[in-house]
Design a binder for this molecule. Structure first.
Ligand code: USQ
Length: 382
């Protein structure tokens, strides 16, 4: 298949490109290095320096003989995106080209506007480029479990059937985001749902939880192919952060009570999920939503696991509650369903102590690059 990947320089974008190229698809990636620029501006650069996209594609081609097309431009530029879609004729388009950080989106008005404009415009341009130049193309969009918030009823996969005054109908599952970033993802879902209902776009919207991991089959071929690994308070996600904190003897920063529960997924499973979605498209004109995570943990449980992994490597780790910079429930019910991808063949990797210890070993190799000033939260929600 011809697969176009937008946001191909990202934590998931580049590993996805290699994974799909290795599986025999013709892959082209697009990125404008927005995340790299924002990370630089907020002093949040990745722990392990990564070469630019052209260099990564060149290394991958040299090692595997597989070519990956690269274009550097901003997909909020509708004309350029449309021209590429017309030329490349994708069978599937994987859309990761978004500002991905919740804390960044809550820094202030400029950051909030950038997040909204970038995320909504990129999705809008994807819809129009596909409708105009490749109407049979399947859009695979990265959404987030955070779109649902933490409701007191079970979280279903995207839709909910509601009974009301003796009648019933099915709607998008109610959304209640906890950051402007997450709100932009809700708006994306609504946009795609609109264009699917009225113009027959074919869409898979993947509600993914926080991803962890540094190792994929292709990334392990060469240090230059490693995924971006952020550990700061803005672009780093909680597991990466806890591993880095363990490596430099900082007590793990549990925000508030630590009962916040989320659905986590190993990066290898993310790649498999994307492949399963791409190779098993929905019917033409259908929009489906899958929940994409494999295990549920509270923050305190994550801290315990990271501590146990660190102990395997002879490190002593403390856990400390710090005032929560976010507005979120710190103890709540969280029953979320994620059966669709398992039915398509996903075989989950578990968050074992060994898996976390493997990541921690990689972090320890780069301990000299850790900047401890980036650990404590700099962005508050209020
Ligand atoms: N947290 C801590 N301590 C920390 C960092 C985070 O307790 O040092 C807590 C947060 O308060 C939150 C949870 O960990 O309750 C998850 O935070 P996170 O920073 O790991 O993830 P989040 O901001 O939710 O966003 C990340 C990705 C985003 C993706 C999302 C999936 O950055 O792109 O959409 O995970 S989800 O969380 O399911 O919405």
């Amino acid at each position: 298949m011809n697969v176009l990947i937008l946001g191909g320089d990202g934590y998931l974008g580049w590993p996805t490109a290699m994974h799909l190229a290795a599986a025999g698809h013709r892959v082209h990636v697009v990125d404008n290095y927005l995340r790299r620029r924002l990370a630089l501006e907020t002093r949040s650069e990745a722990l392990i320096p990564t070469p630019d996209l052209n260099d990564r594609a060149e290394t991958f081609r040299r090692l595997t003989g597989t070519a990956t097309g690269v274009s550097i431009f901003d997909v909020t530029d509708a004309a350029r995106l449309s021209a590429l879609v017309e030329r490349f004729k994708p069978d599937a388009l994987v859309h990761y080209a978004e500002q991905p950080s919740a804390p960044y989106s809550m820094m202030g008005q400029d950051e909030a506007r950038l997040t909204l404009e970038n995320n909504i415009r990129s999705t809008f341009n994807v819809a129009w480029a596909v409708m105009t130049h490749a109407p049979a193309c399947h859009i695979v969009k990265l959404g987030t479990m955070g779109e649902y918030g933490t409701p007191d009823i079970d979280i279903e996969e995207g839709f909910l059937t509601v009974e009301h005054k003796g009648r019933s109908d099915t709607f998008l599952y109610p959304r209640a985001a906890g950051s402007l970033y997450h709100t932009s993802k809700i708006m994306d879902t609504d946009l795609l749902w609109f264009y699917s209902r009225l113009y027959g776009l074919t869409v898979t919207d993947l509600m993914q939880g926080p991803v962890y991991g540094l190792s994929t089959i292709q990334a392990d071929l060469d240090p230059a192919l490693v995924p971006n690994f952020h550990y700061d308070d803005i672009f780093g996600t909680v597991i990466n952060r806890f591993l880095v904190q363990s490596a430099c003897g900082i007590p793990l920063t549990v925000y508030g009570k630590g009962g916040q529960t989320r659905g986590y997924i190993n990066i290898r499973d993310t790649l498999r999920c994307i492949e399963l979605a791409v190779t098993n498209p929905p019917a033409r004109g259908e929009m489906r939503i899958f929940n994409q995570f494999t295990e549920l943990f509270s923050i305190l449980e994550i801290a315990d696991r990271v501590r146990a992994a660190a102990t395997l490597l002879g490190l002593t780790v403390e856990v400390q509650s710090v005032p929560n910079p976010r507005k979120e429930k710190e103890r709540h019910r969280y029953v979320a369903h994620a059966d669709s991808l398992l039915k398509l063949g996903l075989e989950p990797h578990r968050m074992t102590e060994e898996a976390l210890a493997g990541m921690l070993e990689r972090v320890l190799q780069h301990r000299h690059l850790i900047d401890t000033r980036r650990i404590m939260p700099r962005v508050r929600w209020s």
